[in-house]
Design a protein around this ligand. Structure first.
Ligand code: CFN
Ligand code: HCA
Length: 541
C-alpha cells in the first residue's frame, strides 16, 4: 500500500510555529529536509534548550553506563550519592557470556558499587570515603581493575578521584585503579562521557599486555555493546570466517582483551559515535588502521565481511567469507520475503542514540519499509553528514610505504580532522582514504532529519506521519503506544534480540512483523483522550 506522505517542509514550519521565535530559529537548524543534491548542515551536539523535554542522558551515563558498563571484570565504583549508582544498576542490557566470565571467572556486572556520598562528604570532602570504598572492594573481590566514576557533586566539591586512584593503585600493586571525571553535567549529552571513557581506557588499560595473538586474522570489534546478545551472534560469524576477535569495545569484554587489543591488525568500528576516539588513538600510536562496518541487516553484514576480506587481500580468507555468506544469507533473504506481506510499504520513524537511528534504517529497508523521519539524540555532525577518514594502512608494510610514512611523516598528516588540501596531499602520496558516510546519505530525499528531538516534536511527527512503527527508548515507549502506535525499543530491543548479524536480522523481521500485525494499540484509548484533552501535555488531572 502506498501512503501519501505529508510535506516535511510544512510539518517543520508548523512544529516551529509553536515555539517562541528565538527558540524556533535555534531548533530550525536541527531539523533538515533531506535534499541529496546539496551539502546540508545538521546542527547537532549543541546544548538542549532549557525547558524542552529531551531524550538525552548525561556524561556519566555515556562513560559509566555505556562504554565501561559491559566489561565484566572491572569493578565500576561510582563516587557520588547512591541515586546515581542505583540509576545505572543493570539498566542497560549488557549481556555476558556465563561460560566466559573473565579469565578468572569474575563477573561484577550484577553488583552495584557506590561510595553512597552523604551531606557531610559534600561539606568536608569525600576522598577519605572513596579510599575506604576502593579498599573494601579490593579486599572483598581482589579484582584486576577498579574504575572510579565521578558524579556531579564530585566535580562541584573538587574531590580528586585521579589522585586517590593513583595512590590506591600504588598501594595494591596488583590492581589497576583509575578514575573518570565524567560528572553528569559535562558537555551536552552522553557523548562527552564516551570521549572521557575512551581517553582513560587508552591511557590506563590498552597496551599493557604484549601477549601476541595466535590467530591469522586478528581484529578488534569497536562500538559493539552486546545488547540483547548481538556480540554472541557476531562472534559466531567471525569464528565461521576464521577471524579472531582479540577484544570487543566493549560488549561482553574483559580487562585482558583491552590490555591486548593493541596486538590486532585491524579495528572494525560499528558504532562510530561512541568509540571513534579509541580507533583514532590506536591508529596513531600503534598503526592499527580502522574502518566502519555495519552488522545490522543481512546485506550490511555480508558487505562488512567482504570489506574485511578485501582489507587482508588474502584469497583464503576471501573464499571462506564467501562460503559463510553463501551458507547464511539465503535464509535471511527468505525470512525477509516471508514478512513482506505485512511489512512492505510501511512507515518507520526512529530517534535513538548516536548510531542505531542510522543502522536500523537498512534493516527496515530489507523489509520494504521506509524511514520517513529519523534523528540521533547526541550525535555530532559527521554522524549525519559523513566525513573523509584516515588512509587505510595495509598490514603488509611493503605494499606501500604507508607504515614508514606513518611513523616518519609529520604526525599532523595523520590527524583525522585533516583539511581538504591535506587530503589531496595524501592522495598525491598514493595514500588511500575512505569516506565514512553518515545517516543523511542513506535517507531518501524529502525525509526529515531531526536532531535531539523533543517530546513535543515527536508527538507532532506522529500526528502528521501516522507511522506504522516508532523506534526509541523506554522514556518514549508508553506515551507513543498510548497514541496508538507500536514502539520498538532500539536500545534494549524490548527484551528481544540478538538483532545483529544474519540470525539477528531474522529475529528482527519476525519481531517487527508481529508488532505490525497486532491492532491492540489502535483499540486503546489514551487516558488524556478519555478526559477530552487533545494533548497529553495538558491532561486534565
Ligand atoms: S548500545 Fe550504543 S550504538 S554506544 Fe550509544 S550511540 Fe546509547 S546506550 Mo542506548 S542503545 Fe544507543 Fe548507540 Fe553507540 Fe546504546 S544508539 S543510546 S550511547 N547507544
Ligand atoms: C543511556 C542508556 C540507554 C537508555 C535507553 C532508553 C540504553 O543513554 O543512558 O532510554 O531506553 O540504551 O540503555 O541509551
Amino acid at each position: 500500500e502506498d501512503k501519501k506522505l505529508p510535506d516535511p517542509s510544512i510539518i517543520k514550519e508548523e512544529i516551529l510555529a509553536k515555539y517562541p521565535p528565538k527558540i524556533a530559529r535555534k531548533r530550525a537548524k536541527s531539523m533538515v529536509v533531506v535534499d541529496k543534491s546539496m551539502d546540508q548542515e545538521v546542527q547537532s551536539n549543541v546544548r538542549t534548550i532549557p525547558g524542552i523535554i529531551t531524550q538525552r542522558g548525561c556524561c556519566y551515563a555515556g562513560c559509566k553506563g555505556v562504554v565501561l558498563g559491559p566489561t565484566r571484570d572491572i569493578i565500576n565504583l561510582v563516587h557520588g550519592p547512591i541515586g546515581c549508582s542505583f540509576y545505572a544498576w543493570l539498566t542497560r542490557r549488557n549481556q555476558t557470556d556465563p561460560g566466559e566470565a573473565g579469565p578468572d571467572g569474575e563477573n561484577f556486572i550484577n553488583y552495584c558499587f557506590s561510595t553512597d556520598m552523604q551531606d557531610s562528604n559534600i561539606v568536608f570532602g569525600g576522598e577519605k570515603k572513596l579510599k575506604q570504598a576502593i579498599q573494601e572492594a579490593y579486599d572483598i573481590f581482589k579484582p584486576k581493575a577498579i574504575g572510579v566514576f565521578s558524579t556531579c557533586p564530585v566535580g562541584l566539591i573538587g574531590d580528586d578521584v585521579h589522585a586517590v586512584s593513583r595512590e590506591m593503585k600504588e598501594k595494591f600493586g596488583d590492581c589497576n585503579v583509575f578514575g573518570f571525571s565524567c560528572e553528569g553535567y559535562k558537555g551536552v549529552s552522553q557523548s562527552a562521557g564516551h570521549h572521557i571513557a575512551n581517553n582513560q581506557l587508552f591511557k590506563h588499560v590498552i597496551g599493557r599486555d604484549n601477549t601476541q595473538p595466535e590467530g591469522k586474522y586478528n581484529i578488534n570489534l569497536l562500538g559493539e555493546y552486546n545488547i540483547g546478545g548481538d556480540a554472541f551472534e557476531l562472534d559466531r560469524i567471525f569464528e565461521l570466517c576464521g577471524i579472531n576477535v582479540i577484544s570487543t569495545f566493549s560488549g561482553n569484554s574483559n580487562v585482558t582483551g583491552f590490555e591486548r587489543s593493541h596486538t590486532a591488525d585491524l579495528n572494525l568500528v560499528m558504532c562510530h559515535r561512541s568509540i571513534n576516539y579509541v580507533a583514532e588513538m590506536m591508529e596513531t600510536k600503534y598503526g592499527i588502521p580502522w574502518f566502519k562496518v555495519n552488522f545490522i541487516g543481512g546485506d550490511a553484514t555480508a558487505k562488512s565481511l567482504r570489506r574485511i576480506g578485501e582489507y587482508y587481500e588474502d584469497p583464503e580468507l576471501i573464499a571462506r567469507i564467501e562460503e559463510v555468506i553463501t551458507a547464511e544469507l539465503p535464509s535471511v533473504k527468505q525470512a525477509a520475503k516471508d514478512v513482506l506481506k505485512t511489512t512492505d510499504g510501511k512507515l518507520a520513524m526512529m530517534f535513538v542514540g548516536g548510531s542505531r537511528a542510522h543502522h536500523y534504517q537498512e534493516l527496515f529497508a530489507e523489509m520494504g519499509m521506509t524511514t520517513v523521519s529519523a534523528g540521533y539524540e547526541f550525535a555530532h555532525r559527521d554522524d549525519y553528514e559523513g566525513r573523509k577518514v584516515l588512509p587505510t594502512i595495509k598490514v603488509d608494510a611493503d605494499s606501500r610505504n604507508i607504515e614508514e610514512l606513518k611513523i616518519e611523516a609529520d604526525p599532523e598528516l595523520y590527524n583525522p580532522r585533516k583539511t581538504k588540501v591535506e587530503l589531496e596531499d595524501l592522495e598525491k602520496n598514493g595514500l588511500e582514504f575512505s569516506e565514512y558516510k553518515g545517516m543523511k546519505n542513506d535517507m531518501a530525499d524529502q525525509s526529515l532529519i531531526v536532531d535531539d528531538i523533543s517530546h513535543w516534536e515527536a508527538d507532532k511527527l506522529i500526528e502528521y506521519y501516522k507511522p506504522d512503527i516508532f523506534c526509541a527508548g523506554i522514556k518514549e515507549k508508553y506515551v507513543v503506544q498510548k497514541m496508538g502506535i507500536p514502539l520498538k525499543q532500539l536500545h534494549s530491543y524490548d527484551y528481544g534480540g540478538p538483532y545483529a548479524g544474519f540470525e539477528g536480522a531474522k529475529n528482527f523481521y519476525t519481531d517487527i512483523e508481529r508488532m505490525l500485525s497486532t491492532s491492540i494499540w489502535k483499540k486503546l484509548k489514551a487516558p488524556w483522550l478519555e478526559t477530552g484533552a487533545s494533548d497529553p501535555c495538558i491532561c486534565a488531572e
